[in-house]
Design a protein around this ligand. Structure first.
Ligand code: 2P0
Length: 347
């Protein structure tokens, strides 16, 4: 469909607005975590982070321009969005409209196949899909780096879901516009690595403290925060080398210590930010037992009680079977694709 609008001024970043577009994106799990911003408005992180994009839990988002509408309309899994989720989507669309120099409101329809709000990164796939669909609908032609920077403004971790496989999100340098330009994700070359993430669900309900609030409290009050940022820098350097070597055991060890360190910074916040539940610790115990039995399995946890266990693809079934005794559900994820537009015929 093509809508007739006054022609927008020509620029290399503009193309005729498609009027509507659908995009698909997948969540990513950080092996070196993003926890804390140095600029809340521009969503600039305190440190670099590194992730693997999954091949499960996709988000599909359609953006349709609505020239007659007075306000954006946003639905999430058929339910109208309100309050904070609605404000975040409209604020993001405002960024796209400003760049496209267009004013029409939009109808946004998002379908998540991931349990929303359970620390399983639905905002990463959500804003990556929205960035790709909205820019196409409004006629912006952005390359992957620019899409990553834009997706970052919706949710920091979304910058990484623009890319498939492993991605590194640069914290960027300086402040203001310079920092904005230099903070984006890029795909990371890795060696021969057959990695899987077994996702152990212990609670799929929404979290009590949003990651946005938890991050801010940690940065502002945790005495362990700065040391963790410093150690995260060293972890990242070691992680890149381990990925290049295709050394799964080193990748797992670094990921596990980085995640536990992040949770330690949160526990030291005032008041404490605690996402781990008793069942989380039971999964961690199971992972330790797997290692004692000779299986290379390593845990990472995000802003929720669920655990993601990194292991070799060949071990994933065994790891999932073992974790089923302590988790309510398990899923096996492998390296997934980057965010992309879906064509009219559904490809
Ligand atoms: C990560 N998390 O690196 C970390 C680890 C959660 C724990 O990125 O405020 O939803 O929208 O930028 O991206 C979750 O944070 O936060 C997250 P905002 P986001 O995956």
């Amino acid at each position: 469909m093509r809508l007739d609008h006054p022609a927008a001024p020509n620029s290399p970043h503009e193309r005729p607005a498609a009027g509507h577009a659908t995009a698909v994106a997948h969540p990513n799990i950080a092996l070196i975590k993003y926890w804390g911003k140095r600029d809340d408005h521009l969503i600039l992180p305190a440190s670099d982070s590194l992730s693997m994009t999954l091949d499960v839990f996709s988000t599909t988002t359609t953006v349709r321009l609505a020239p007659e509408a007075a306000a954006d309309q946003v639905t999430l899994n058929d339910t109208p969005a309100a309050d904070e989720p609605y404000r975040r989507v409209t604020a993001f669309l405002d960024l796209v409209r400003e760049r496209a120099r267009r004013a029409e409101r939009a109808v946004v329809d998002t379908r998540n196949t991931v349990p929303t709000g359970a620390g399983l990164a639905s905002s990463a796939s959500g804003f990556a899909a929205l960035a790709v669909a909205a820019t196409a609908a409004y006629g912006l032609r952005l390359d992957a780096t620019e899409l990553s920077r834009l997706a970052r403004r919706g949710s920091g971790s979304a910058s990484r879901s623009i890319f498939g496989g492993f991605a590194l999100w640069h914290a960027g340098r300086g402040t203001g516009a310079d920092a904005d330009l230099s903070s984006y994700a890029e795909p990371l070359p890795v060696g021969d690595l057959d990695a899987a993430l077994v996702i152990a669900i212990v609670d799929a309900g929404p979290k009590a403290v949003s990651s946005r609030v938890g991050m801010r409290r940690t940065v502002e009050t945790s005495p362990l925060y700065r040391p963790w940022v410093e150690s995260s820098r060293a972890d990242l350097t070691e992680m890149r080398a381990a990925l290049l070597r295709g050394d799964l055991e080193a990748v797992g060890e670094i990921a596990e210590r980085n995640a536990l360190g992040m949770h330690a910074t949160m526990l030291a916040a005032r008041p404490a930010v605690r996402y781990m539940a008793p069942a989380t610790l039971a999964v961690l115990d199971s992972v330790l037992r797997l290692r004692q039995d000779g299986v290379a399995a390593y845990a990472t946890m995000d802003a929720g009680p669920n655990v993601k266990v990194l292991c070799a693809g060949a071990d994933a079934d065994r790891v999932a079977r073992t974790l089923r005794s302590v988790a309510s559900r398990t899923y096996i994820a492998r390296r997934g694709p980057g965010a992309c537009l879906r064509t009219e015929d559904g490809r």
